[in-house]
Design a protein around this ligand. Sequence first.
Ligand code: ATP
Length: 428
Amino acid sequence: MDEITALAKRRGFIFPSSEIYGGINGAWDYGPVGVELKRNVRQAWWRDVVELRDDVVGVDTAILMSPDVWKASGHLEHFYDMMVDCRTCKKRFRADQIATDRCPSCGNQTLTPPRVFNMMFRTSIGAMEDASSAAYLRPETAQGIFVDFKLVAQTARRKPPFGVAQIGKVFRNEITPGNFIFRSREFEQMELEYFVPPQPESEGLRWFSYWVGERYDWFIRLGVQPERVRRREYSGADLAHYSKATTDIEYDFPFGWGELEGIAHRGSYDLEQHVAGSGKDLAFFDEESKEKYIPAVIEPSLGVDRALLVFLLDAYEREDDRTVLHLHPRLAPYKCAVFPLVRNKPDIVALAQSVERALRPHMRTVLDDSGNVGKRYYRQDEIGTPFGVTVDYESLERQDVTVRDRDTKAQERVSIDRLREYLSEKLA
Ligand code: ATP
């Protein structure tokens, strides 16, 4: 994890937030390379979960919502962790992470009894600060989907089974943020609420299994090594009282197996809570069967940052002479880097520029003319660029370039007029 954190900083993926002021716990900034990777993670999810399907539409709902939403959803009452404080060193811990009555930091037996700590960030709306102006930063994107359920179903003219997807920022006042971007206080989620008729129940369970499979496969399709991902099914007391089934997709992080994505069959709980809280009729009326019902919902919920961390960790390899990120081409920040062999030959530089310009509308490219070619390869390997294209003396005469493959390091001469097609095929 330390190596990934260092690489992320060195190469412009991820920096600690507000570092010049000593930083702030649980918040991270994405740099020029990281922002591309993050966009690609979101884009891969959106494409596969929304664009390529007939049965899912998207929304983008507000971070600030009526506080009544959080009352109805149960977050005001139940969205908490138990915490303990150490009276000696003043450090704070999650009660479930304390094994003995000694402080994990200073070792003294001066821990307070566990206390409830609500993880929602509270703020106030407008100029007055009193109980009536209280508002919360959303701790999940899902509630925006539930409260808009009826409007979305009507305007998109959908009937269950259909899904509503959303990607957006969420905030949780985690007691112990850590493990780099694994647990932050500000992060992004990609959530799908897939609405199904509540009956027959077997159909809902079938959709649940379908989504568990689909979400697992998504990571594998994007190159994650199968032996490092597993499914963990919840049962008995571990299952939320309203949930009919829950499975986590876990990853073998450097600190052990941890949740990557959660998939929950939430029954009709959420919509029913909002019917009770708002007094509005959120039931779905099926024109064909003349049936009226509150749909059940299957929810795959994934953190953008946590997925990105998994893609980084999984792609990371240290070889004898280099460090390389074997990122899937869909995720790689740049698909191709173009290098002029030397910097002081205007013809070579101009040709490299024109090669890069011609590729640019078709794929994310970068022109890199600093340092020697070996160093440039090294730098591009570290940020996971699948192909390096070098323009040399021969290129001027023969109108071709050397294409180097990131993973195999194999090099091949390709004519410039065929280059785009060649790369597009390899990247597909
Ligand atoms: P935990 O028990 O680890 O606190 P959770 O079960 O509360 O997590 P969910 O509410 O199921 O997490 O969140 C859905 C997804 O959002 C998680 O699978 C994870 O990918 C991501 N996520 C949750 N909390 C964080 C966080 N603090 N930082 C980054 N990503 C997070």
